[in-house]
Design a protein around this ligand. Structure first.
Ligand code: UT7
Length: 329
């Protein structure tokens, strides 16, 4: 193993969202809500919903193929696959192993669970692995089908989420590029704020847990909102400090796409102008671990992230967890 640290970063990005679109008007027919409430409180207009036959690994494979194409990397080169998700195909085996088999890769594979921060965690881990010389090519995927775990009778949560996957290929890059700084953290005292109560070792699934709807995602939205606004600014600042940069030097700010109001508050706290903030929550809703890589891929496609750009990604989510990375493209 090479003991020299080398620069590591993103060589290609890709994403996939299911075809079916669910609009706010559609939701008006399902729960007591309105287009006006959803748009004004969240910024979300529509979200993509997976076909009943589609699984998280299906979404992963499509996003991974797009990222490999963009990175001009063959599947044979992939040595490690990390899938960040809270909606794996099965409790085990890991979804990453299903992806490895479907792609035809000869690679190590594991899943990483850090809620909506999962992609930032996985990206940092992948960059460290490549920097250390342990692997040369790592496929990092953030993917979730939250439509399978939301309670479609609960208007407080079902309007917020969507399905999708985003992927990046991490490789050695020129010195001065790639991951320049990061900040990862957790606070388990907030574990109850966003969770699925039953189905794990704490409360195995029973007829009663199903009857009591404990197998669905439940969230204290107001508390998560407060946490998100505070932590996004703080975490991004810490990552920027580690990179020796100021918020003014950021070219593109890619926040977790949960709610436009959270994104606005975080941008204000960081003093990043709105023109540098990437937002697509209106079209996808909150896609959990997929939200940042989908946004990264779209920002890149739209020319907002170019060679030499300084990009900051900031995520937060269940755990509670948070994660920021500063990247030079
Ligand atoms: O990836 C991390 C995951 N989570 C998040 O990012 C969520 C963070 N939190 C949020 O984004 C916001 O807290 C929400 C969008 C979830 C809620 O917005 P809010 O402005 O904090 O609304 P609220 O929860 O204070 O609810 C205000 C009112 C309530 O009615 P009353 O009690 O004032 O009569 C709710 O019952 O809005 C009602 N309400 C709705 N009304 C229409 C809640 N959901 C809906 C709905 N449609 N879908």
């Amino acid at each position: 193993m090479n003991q020299q640290l080398r620069a590591a970063g993103i060589a290609g990005v890709g994403y996939y969202v299911p075809e079916r679109i669910l609009t706010n008007r559609d939701l008006e027919q399902m729960v007591d809500t309105s287009e006006e409430w959803i748009v004004s409180r969240t910024g979300i207009r529509e979200r993509h919903i997976a076909d009943p036959k589609q699984t998280t690994s299906d979404l992963c494979v499509n996003a991974a193929r797009a990222a490999l194409r963009h990175a001009r990397t063959s599947v044979e080169e992939v040595q490690l696959i990390i899938v960040a998700t809270v909606t794996p195909d099965f409790p085990f085996p890991a979804t990453s192993c299903l992806v490895q088999e479907r792609l035809g890769a000869r690679a190590a594979a594991f899943d990483l669970e850090a809620g909506c921060s999962g992609f930032t965690y996985a990206l940092v881990m992948a960059c460290q692995c490549v920097s250390a010389g342990a692997f040369d090519t790592v496929l990092v995927i953030g993917a979730d089908i939250l439509s399978r775990i939301v309670n479609w009778k609960d208007r407080r949560t079902c309007v917020l989420f969507g399905d999708g996957a985003g992927a990046v290929v991490v490789k050695p890059v020129a010195q001065g590029k790639g991951l320049l700084g990061f900040d990862l953290g957790s606070d388990g005292s907030g574990a109850d704020l966003l969770k699925i109560q039953a189905g794990g070792s704490h409360t195995p699934a029973t007829f009663e847990t199903i009857e009591e709807e404990q197998h669905f995602l439940c969230m204290n939205g107001n508390e998560v909102f407060r946490f998100a606004v505070k932590i996004m600014g703080e975490s991004a600042e810490r990552a920027l400090r580690q990179a020796g940069l100021t918020p003014q030097e950021v070219d593109c700010f890619i926040p977790h796409q949960a709610n436009t109001r959270i994104i606005e508050a975080a941008a204000k706290r960081l003093n990043v102008p709105w023109t540098k903030v990437f937002v697509n929550v209106d079209r996808y809703g909150n896609t959990s671990a997929a939200s940042i890589p989908i946004a990264l891929a779209e920002a890149q496609q739209q020319g907002l992230v170019q060679d030499g750009s300084t990009v900051v990604c900031v995520g937060f989510g269940a755990g509670l967890t948070w994660g920021s990375c500063v990247l030079r493209w």
